[in-house]
Design a protein around this ligand. Sequence first.
Ligand SMILES: Nc1nc2c(ncn2[C@@H]2O[C@H](COP(=O)(O)OP(=O)(O)OP(=O)(O)O)[C@@H](O)[C@H]2O)c(=O)[nH]1
Length: 183
Amino acid sequence: MIRLCSASESRAKLLREFDIDFIQSPVDFDEEQIQTNDARKFVYHASKGKLEAAEAAFGLEIPLLVADTVIAGPRGQILRKAKDRDDAERILRTISGEEIAIVSCAHLKSARRYFLDLSATHYRFAPFDETELQRYLESGEWQGKAGACMVEGFCKPYIEKVQGLESTAMGLQVEILRPWIEV
Ligand SMILES: Nc1nc2c(ncn2[C@@H]2O[C@H](COP(=O)(O)OP(=O)(O)OP(=O)(O)O)[C@@H](O)[C@H]2O)c(=O)[nH]1
């Protein structure tokens, strides 16, 4: 059993798909305090801050799992969760037809062990169809997702090239974490 210290339904879904027993206990960490333009540094510091908040709140009786995910856009810019529909449209037009990286950093910490993984999945997307883009924006499915992206949903038909795990892109590199969870 582990404690997923995240409000993310995508992360919870990934743990369920991999038959990993967990309880879900969101924690608060203010990511606005992080001063960097590097996606990897951002997810490291954001996830580390979540881990510190989780340990203070819950202790290590049950192993803690936290993560953070952002998109590194075509020019390396950090793309986070969209603030509203207009922001989602702006971000999606930025990545349409472009190469991006979705970067996730996960920390797994118990009383005996501390495992950290920072991974990226690289995509090249074909240009998004305008009608499909508007339909996706209308659906609201983009809410709560880094860069308004759904690699297993809206973005999937546009993937021309991929390198890395889909789970990393969805917010939690479960295949990498699992051996450490079962230890
Ligand atoms: N379903 C899906 N979710 C994605 C995708 N890319 C990113 N995400 C989610 O986007 C969110 C990124 O925001 P974060 O700040 O890392 O996490 P959060 O959802 O705010 O949850 P906390 O862990 O409580 O901070 C996470 O929930 C990821 O699982 C994707 O392609 N598909």
